[in-house]
Design a protein around this ligand. Sequence first.
Ligand SMILES: [Zn+2]
Length: 290
Amino acid sequence: MPELPEVETVRRVLKTWLIGKRIIKCFPIYPNIIASMTPEEFALRIEGQEIKDIGRKGKYLLIYLENDVIISHLRMEGKYHLGYFGLRKENDEANHYFAPNVIDKKNKHVHLVFLLDDNRVLMYDDVRKFGRMNLVKKEELFLVPPLNKLGIEANSDDYSASYLFERLQKLKVTIKQALLNQELISGLGNIYVDEVLFLSKIKPTKEANKISLKKCQVILDNAKIVLNKAIELGGSTIRSYHFANGVDGKFQNELYVYGRANQECKFCGSKINKIKVGGRGTHYCPSCQK
Ligand SMILES: [Zn+2]
């Protein structure tokens, strides 16, 4: 599942592909990918607009057009491919536009196609079909769903410890659940919350309102370290993005607890525990984290 660092890697790739290109036509093949309007409306509104910039807010990709912004949430498996315009088969009546450089059997997972003015196509492919796209007017980007309630990003300098402390005081959930709440703090998913709590020496099941102001600062410092390092390492394997497995960073080698159940803690040698917290698989070191 792509989290903030992986989405940031995608953003950087899309930026090199798309800036200055005009969308000539949009083919919504799987209509449910489009949220909050009909696929026809979506297509009509974006056709003819030039792609001005690619941004990101939390785990959302923002494709800035002249008048509107496409907000793309990849969820579990969403990914983008760039290819060349062509018909799948001579007698194929459906709008299966594809790229010869993409494995053909993958084409059944292509759910949305943007034909660009340089005769290339941007294909959105999503095996699990959980990804969603919204289209909003530029000036309303942060005023309407889904971005209007999104919290400050975890690695932003704008996030203060006192604000986090104040918000945590009002919560009756574990610190793990609190940090996963994107309205409270955006950009931390299951992997990175486990890592941040490990580095902060906080047990994931600790109640959120028992975290001190000092520890809030430690959490934010570690969120910055973990996310920025992950972005750096995701960015180093940009070229692998073209392959079927999508974004494939190198940060997995740096993980202390996530995915390391029953392995030795890199700090103290104890066995890493795996439990469920709020329904999510959660990893921690019983000796290092209190
Ligand atoms: Zn340990």
